[in-house]
Design a protein around this ligand. Sequence first.
Ligand code: T4K
Length: 385
Amino acid sequence: MNEIKPFSHPVYVTRPLLPDLEETGKMLEVIWESGYLTNNGKTARQLEFELERFLKVKHLSLFSNGTAALQIACKVLGLSGEVITTPFTFAATAHCLSWCNLKPVFCDIDDADMNIDPGRIEEMITPDTSAILPVHVFGYPCRVDEISGIAEKHGLKVIYDAAHAFGVETGGRPVGTYGDMTMFSFHATKVFHTIEGGALSCSSADLKKRAGLLRNFGIINEECVIEPGTNAKLNEIQAAVGLLVLKLVEEEIGKRRILTNIYRSILEGIPGLKYSTDMKGVVHNYSYFIIRVDAGEYGMTRDRLCEKLKEYNIFARKYFYPLCSQFPCYCSLPSSDPQNLPVANRVAGEVLALPLFGGMSEDDAGRICRIISYIRLNNTEVSHE
Ligand code: T4K
């Protein structure tokens, strides 16, 4: 195989979807004229309305970020004691529990979808368990029906972390309609974003009302503050960016689908690499492209491949290594014992998120695959142009 040159520019795991600057300027002019910059303004209310339509959910509240939204969901649902969650997720999932004085209890994951394994949840339940916090990791939906069944049987609340699952549907329903509350992240690295931001989809108007109160200090009106809330409001400028990004999001998902299929078709021929495919009955959003490296078969560990890719200017990411259960703040919890989490510990050593964003060209996706193949066959240092 001919030598392949590194990219001349860094290729990151993702790049934010950027709306037209002139159009953004026009939106900002309107906000400037109004002199109204935050506190549940007109633009934020419009975005809330449009997202309810887009995500096909009835009661959606916007927040300053997904982490704050998760914390507020825990407060609104009055959780206490222990919450069963996955260790294979971003730090925010476990941290939101700690910030609410809740104890994360880590449950192992399913090798197939890398989500919490419903078959392992019941054995993690104790008299102190108040809820389950599953994550639709990389936008692949959890086994929601099994989770609902367990929650109902044991009287537990369910909050879904759908940070990666904007627009995803399963079992003929949008992900935001499962569980008591569902959190979406609108961080710049997400398929849909408001630079920083997030939302809660609530299963009732009452829950939405309470979440709205808590994001604004618990203020009912100028003379009545009903409970200790926080400040987790989305401002008007970020809401305006959200409205513009929302117009582009379907096209973005379409481009990512094409790139995903290019990755799949070329990587299929490389021994030792696995990747997820589309699931029957699921509307996907192609938020991440994850490969799993079998070191024995591929001839190199995931860590070595990740380092080699950097020599080609490709900045893949080891999402989600280390596991939350390996963090110093959680590693001494009984549920963090690697013997309790054999699948998660293995998977965390195999995964690598390859670059995936609409602004990437189809040629770039093909070239990344060829580099991955080349690295396998030529385990040597590269020469830069
Ligand atoms: N639950 C789950 C399952 C989550 O994944 C997350 C967030 C949350 C909860 C919490 O939601 P938020 O509170 O964030 O709304 C990134 C994101 O910062 C984080 O939001 C996201 N998960 C996580 C999976 O990815 P890092 O530490 O990997 O970000 P960073 O800065 O290394 O960015 C990754 C790459 O993206 C960079 O190499 C370059 C590119 N990038 C990044 C930014 C910020 C850009 O090109 N432009 C940018 O503006 O966490």
